[in-house]
Design a binder for this molecule. Sequence first.
Ligand SMILES: Cc1cc2nc3c(=O)[nH]c(=O)nc-3n(C[C@H](O)[C@H](O)[C@H](O)COP(=O)(O)OP(=O)(O)OC[C@H]3O[C@@H](n4cnc5c(N)ncnc54)[C@H](O)[C@@H]3O)c2cc1C
Length: 417
Amino acid sequence: MDIAIVGGGAAGLATAIFAARLMPSRSVVVLDGADKLGAKILMSGGGRCNITNRVVTAADFRGGNPNAIKQVLAAFPVARTVKFFQEIGVELCEEDDGKLFPKTNRALTVLAAMLGEVARLGVRVLHGQRVTNVRRIASGHHISAGAVTLSAGNVVLATGGQSFPKTGSDGSGYKLAGELGHTLVPPTPALVPLVLDGGFHVPLSGISHDVELTVQAAGWKPVRVHGELLWTHFGISGPAVLDLSRHWHRACLERRAVTVFANLVPGEDAASVEGRLLTLASAQPRVQLHNALARLLPARVADSLLDALAVPGTTPMAHLPRDARRKVVQALVRWPLPVLDSRGYSHAETTAGGVPLAEVNPRGLDSRKCPGLYFVGEILDADGRIGGFNFQWAWASAWVAATALARAVKPDGLAAE
Ligand SMILES: Cc1cc2nc3c(=O)[nH]c(=O)nc-3n(C[C@H](O)[C@H](O)[C@H](O)COP(=O)(O)OP(=O)(O)OC[C@H]3O[C@@H](n4cnc5c(N)ncnc54)[C@H](O)[C@@H]3O)c2cc1C
C-alpha cells in the first residue's frame, strides 16, 4: 500500500478521504481494531454530532504548542469543514454558542456520509484488525494486525487517545508511536464529569445552573470557566465542569495542591452580592433569606447552601446578622467543591496529553523522529473545549497530513481537489 491509516475514527476516515481525493491513483487502506467504524462519531454530541464550531481558534485548545495548533487550524478553517460536509451531502445548522450540527440532528448522517465517500473513493477498509506493531523497513513500514500483515510506504497513526476505551481507542497508539521513537506527554482524561466528596450534591441531582468555576493549583494562575454546572448523584457535570476537568487532572498529574470552587452567582463578587442583599433588606425587610437567595440561584441550591452553613433560611432579611450575611455571601461566591476524582476515561470525551506537537512538523504532521510516519486527531497533544472543537481538530489535522502525504508521495504536484 502507499498509505496505511491506523484507526478509522473521525481523523482516520477524514485523512483517508482527503488522501484518496488528492492522489486517486495511490492505494490507501484503513485498519481499525473495532468491528464497526465510527463508534465515537455516533455517540458524539448526544447522538447528534457537534461537527465543528462557527469560530475555532487556538485559544479553544490546550496542549503543548499553541503555535502548532494555530498552524494546523489555519490550514483547514471552519468554512472548509462546512464545504466538505456539504460535498458529501451533510448540511449543517448552527445552535447556541456557535455549535454546528448536521441538519438531520443525527450523528449517523455524518458517519454514513463519510463511509460512503470512503467507499466511493475505493479506500480499502479492514475492520477488526487491531494493529499491534509498526516497524520501519527500507521501503516504508511493516504493519502487523492480528493475522494481517502488510507493508506501506507511509503510515498515519489515527488511533485516538484513551477516552471511552470500549470504542477501540484504548491508548494502544501511544505504544506504537513509542516504538517508532516518540515520547509521550502523559495522558489524562479531559472533558469528564467530576466526583465529589460529601453529600451536598446528592439531593441537588438533576439541577443545572450557570456558575463560574475556578481551579486553583499551587504555582498556577487560577483557571476560570464560566458556563452551566449540572449536579449529579456522584458529583458534578455539565459543560463548565467538563471544560474545567482537564485542569484539575493536569494539576494532580503535576502533584500540585489543588482546590476547586464555584461562584454560584457568576459575574458578581462578594461586594456586589452583599450590596444586592443589603438593598433588598432595606426595600423588602420581611423577605426571608431563602427567598432572597432564590432570586440569585435555584431555590433548592440556595436551601442546601443555607442548611450546610446552618443559617436559617426563614430569617427575614432585616433581621439577618452581619456575620451570617457575610458567611452567606462568601459561600455564594466561593463555594468549595471537594473533588475526589473524575469519572475517568470511561466517561471522558477526550484525552489531554499525547504525542508532543514538538515531535511533528506542524506543516505536515509528519514525524520528526521517523520518516513516512504521520499523526492526526486525538493522539496528538491537543485537546479542545466542549463545542465541536475536537472534531475540528480531527478534520484539520487530517487535511494537513493528507496534503503533506500528497506532496511526499506525488512530488509532481497535487491532483485537483
Ligand atoms: C461521548 C463523546 C461525545 C463526544 N462529542 C463530541 C462532539 O459532539 N464534538 C466534538 O468535537 N467532539 C466530541 N467528542 C470527541 C471526539 O469524538 C474525538 O475527539 C474524536 O472522535 C477523535 O477522533 P480520532 O479519530 O482522533 O480518534 P477516535 O475517534 O477515538 O478513533 C480512533 C480509532 O482508532 C482505532 N484504534 C485505536 N487503536 C488501534 C489499533 N491499535 N489498531 C487499529 N485501530 C485502532 C479505534 O478503534 C478507533 O476507531 C466526543 C467524544 C465522546 C467520547
